[in-house]
Design a protein around this ligand. Sequence first.
Ligand code: MN
Ligand code: MN
Length: 496
Amino acid sequence: MAILERSEWYDYARMTNWTPKFATEEEIFPAMHSGMADVPLSVFDSYDEPYKISYREYVDVQRQKDAGVYSVKAALERADMYNRASPGWISAAKLHYGGVPVVEYHASLMESRFVRFAKAPGMRNMACFGAMDENRHAQIQLAFPHEYVSKDRQFDWATQAYRTQNWGILAARNLSDDMMMTRDVVQTAIMLNFAFETGFTNLQFIGLSADAANAGDYSFAKMIQSVQSDEARHAQLGTPLLKLMMENGHEAEAQRMVDISFWRTWRLFAVLSGIPMDYYVPLEHRENSWKEFMEEWIIDQFERNLRDLGLQRPWYWDYFLEDLSEEHHGQQIGTYSWRPTLWWNPTAGVSKIEREWLEEKYPGWNDTFGKAWDVVIDNMANGRMEQTVPGTLPVICKVSNLPVVGIPFKTTKIEQITYKGENIHFGSIVDKWIFEQDPERYCQTQTLVDRFLAGKIQPADLGGALQYMGLGVITDPADDSMDYSWVEEYRAVAAE
Ligand code: MN
Ligand code: MN
C-alpha cells in the first residue's frame, strides 16, 4: 500500500476540535487553564503552527540526535575531559547543570498542560512533541553531570539543586512558578515560548555552546546544541497564538505578558549566562562578550520579532539597554563575595589581562566595578581573607529574588514600596512595576532574607543559612575555583 505524503494527511489528522454536545465549552476548556475565554473555539482552528512534523518523523530525528550526542560523549570520556578542562570552564558547567536540567522538567509539565488545555488543535499537537523534547532535555542534562559526580561532588547539584532552598534556586524556581506553572496556557506560551525560548535560550545554548567548543568541551557543546535544535522548533508555538491575540482584542494582554516575562528572564540570565560568559570562560576561549551576544540575539532578532507581530518594544527598553552593561557585573561581585552560598566554585575572572578585556568590552568598568574589585583584591593580597566575605545579608528583590545590585561608587537600583504594611524592596523600576501588575501574586513570595527574618533559618547565622540552603549537607560550601592562585600577580605588585 502506498504511503501518503505527510502534507496530504496532516491537516485532517491535526484538526481535532469538534462541537461538544455532552459538556459545555467552559467545562472542557476552563478559562483559568485555557485563557482567552471570550474568543470562540472555532477561531482557534486558524492557529497555524509554523513547524509541522509527524510522530514517525519526530522519533526518527530525536533518536539520531541522541545517538550523535552520546557517541561524542563516549569518545571523549576516554580523553578525560574533566581533568584537562580549566577551572573556569568547570565553574560554568556546574552553574549550568545546577540551574537548568530540572527547569527542563518543569517545561515538560508546562507543555503537557498545553496538550490538554490549549484551544488550538495545532498547538496541542506541537506541544505533545514539546513535552517529549523537554523530558529529553531533563534526562540528558542529568546524565552528563552524573558522569562527574565521582570526581567532583558539586556536580551532584544537577539532581539536588531544586530540592534545596539555595537562594539562586529560590530565584529560578520563583520565575518558573510565575511564568510556567501558574498562568493559563495562552499567557504561559507568550511568556515562556515566545519571550523566554525564542529570545533567551539561544544565549545559553548557542552562546555557551560556542564557548564550550572553544574550551575543548565538545560533548557539552554537542549536547546543548541538540537541546537548542528542539527549542528552535517548539519555541514557535507562541507566535501563531500572539497573532490570534492581536486579531481578537487581546493586544494589551499580549504586550503586558511580553513586558513582564522579558524582564524577568533577562535578570535571571544575567546571572546564568552573563557571569560565565564574561568571567568564568577562559579569556582565550570567549567567542563574544555577554553584551555582544545580547546585542546579536536580543536587540536585533527579538526586536524584529516584536515589530513583525505589531507589538511594541517593552516600555523600559532604554533602561534595559543600560542594564546590559551593569547587572551581571554587579551580580558577579555579589555571587563571588557570597561564594560559600554557591553550589559551584566561582571564578573571579579579574586578573590584569582579564580586566583589560572587560574595560575594552565595557568602557568605564575599571572606574566602577573594577574599583570594588580593587578592595577585594587588596584584602586578599594582604591576607585579610575574613574581610572578603560579607558578614551581613544582602537586600533581595521581591520579584527576581536576586540580591539588589547597582554600580559601585555611582548608583544603586533599589526601589521600595509599602504594601499591606510591609516594606518591600525591588532590584529595579521594572521589578517594582511587575509587582504592581499583580501584588497578590508576588507579595506572598518569601525571599531568603524574609525567611531569615521570620525565624525559619536556625541558628540565625551564616552556618545556619548554609545548612538551610543544603550547603555542608550535599557538598561543602564553595570557594574560589583556582584556590586564589590568580591573586599572586597582585601580591607581587603589593610587595614591590
Ligand atoms: Mn528545553
Ligand atoms: Mn523549551
